[in-house]
Design a protein. Sequence first.
Length: 90
Amino acid sequence: MTIQIAKESRKEAIASIERYARENFPEPIGSLEADSLLSFFLEEIGPLVYNRAVADVQERLQARIMEVDIEVHENEFQYWRRQDAKRQRK
C-alpha cells in the first residue's frame, strides 16, 4: 500500500526535502530528485509509520474501552435498597 498525500502537501514536502538537501548535503537536489525520494519514502517507509500509528490508536481505544464499564456501570437491583433507605430516613 502506497500512502498518497494531497497535491499541496506533496509540493510542500518536496520543497522541504530540497531545503534539507541544500542545508545538509554538499550538493543540492532538484525537485525531480526530491519528488522521487518522497515517493520512495512513502512507499518504503510510509507503511511502517502508518502501521505504528494504527497500533497506537488501537492501544488508546482499547484503554478507553477498558474504562467504559467503570464510566457507565450501574449497580443492579437497587430499587429495594433505595426504598429501604427512604423508609429508614422517615
